[in-house]
Design a protein around this ligand. Sequence first.
Ligand SMILES: C[S@@+](CC[C@H](N)C(=O)[O-])C[C@H]1O[C@@H](n2cnc3c(N)ncnc32)[C@H](O)[C@@H]1O
Length: 518
Amino acid sequence: MAVQLPVAFLQRMEAFLGDQYDDFLVSYDNPRYAGIRVNTLKIGVREFREISPFELRPIPWCDSGFYVDESLRPGKHPYYHAGLYYIQEPSAMAPAEVLDIRPGDRVLDLCAAPGGKSTQIAAKLNGQGILVTNDISAERTKALAKNMELYGVRNAIVLNETPERIARAFPGYFNKILIDAPCSGEGMFRKDEDMARQWERHSIAKCTVMQRDILRTAASLLAPGGRIVYSTCTFAPEENEAQIAAFLEQNPAFELISLPEGRGFSPGRPDWLAMLAEKAQALPEEASVSPSALEGPEADATSRCGRLWPHLIEGEGHFLAVLQHKGETRPVSEEPAGLSAEGRSLGNSPVSRQRRGRNEPVRHPGKKAPNERELADSWRAFASEHLAAIPDGEALWFGGHVYISPVAKERLDGLKTVRPGWYVGTVKNGRFQPGHPLAAALKADEALRVLDLSLADGEAIRYLKGETLEIAESRIRRPAKIGAKGFVLVTVDGFSLGFGKWLDGLLKNEYPAGWRWT
Ligand SMILES: C[S@@+](CC[C@H](N)C(=O)[O-])C[C@H]1O[C@@H](n2cnc3c(N)ncnc32)[C@H](O)[C@@H]1O
């Protein structure tokens, strides 16, 4: 066996799996599966299949997901830099699928970094509604923010908060919540040997307490009639069915929804809860899973949860539960509690100055924020000179940058906000300087000046490496009467890569240094 599995883990699995154990064990001799998921914010699934550089085989539980040959290095292709697909472990594509996202939803991804499932949710929202994507790890939110930008997401807010603090700012606000919970990671041992080595450290007991707290808080963030999907990448029933049974016992307003058939999901294992109940102290007291939750009707209901097994499907181990609130849905107010119309306006109103979060003044204490008018004027002037239309949404000044946010700024006061919305640029000396995320989210027909590079002659890769390119004026596609000089949206086969600044036959490269092709 290629992976060194912890002995205590194997003993547990043998006891739980019985006669399926041998097949389970053999799956560790098989190679792991690699997947990509088409980013439908940028390209349709059918369209991508027509231009895909890789052979694609559908993943049964995700319509935009495909198995690919990992040795073809999908991360090393200009289409990856254009955000056309996300590289994702196939089983990890399941939770966002069963959350049943509709454009216009208000979605919270509580444990989101590095953002695989958030990019999937954003694609399903298709630019409508709100995605609040959060992770407790400041370091990991950097990758989360970058992924939101690479995949051209316009309606997401990135937070670095505890669930409890988000619940104070957004009580009962969301109609869809994903909890991709921190867990002991048993399902990922084949993909990531480090997880196997760290199994004891991420002890099951410790994880159950975190999971219990996150689930509890999520219930207070959900609007009546909303849905929570709870997922883990572990087999341990203490972290899976037991959490769900305890949650249902304490929250009778929720019910478990069965997973769709024919997509590879195996049922949850209430019988394993009975096995836990037999063992004294199977769960730590702090996890507050009562013995009755392991044996009552809530335990029986966990057969409606889903499991993805490495010996039964092509992917790693995963657990899923769909918790539906039985209440009737009703509209949720966009306005934070107690906020006047004056407070809602952005910029430097006295109300917003007083209410500013701890994040904003700390980040750029020396910078003088332009007033609301200057900000709006410079963004509009840039947009009218460079874009076919001004994108919807109000511009706000935050930490020295201009964003278009899907929520009133005051909603974020006091929260550690990594990105309050779509970063469109900054204002320096009264002039607007566009940001890379603006370019990444634009479609070619939204920019007035476009330079299309092709894969064939290597120009796209030279651009991605940060080189200055010699470009004849005639190659800058633009409406008649508009000069070529200025910011140009650079595309590969029509899909945006970033900005360049064209002047006198040269394209100055604006592709961010940290993102370059190496
Ligand atoms: C399984 S990973 C998430 C993977 C992510 N959903 C994706 O698809 O890319 C779990 C994440 O939970 C975060 N986390 C741990 N405890 C948390 C808490 N109390 N609140 C929010 N996030 C937490 C971890 O930092 C980690 O990034």
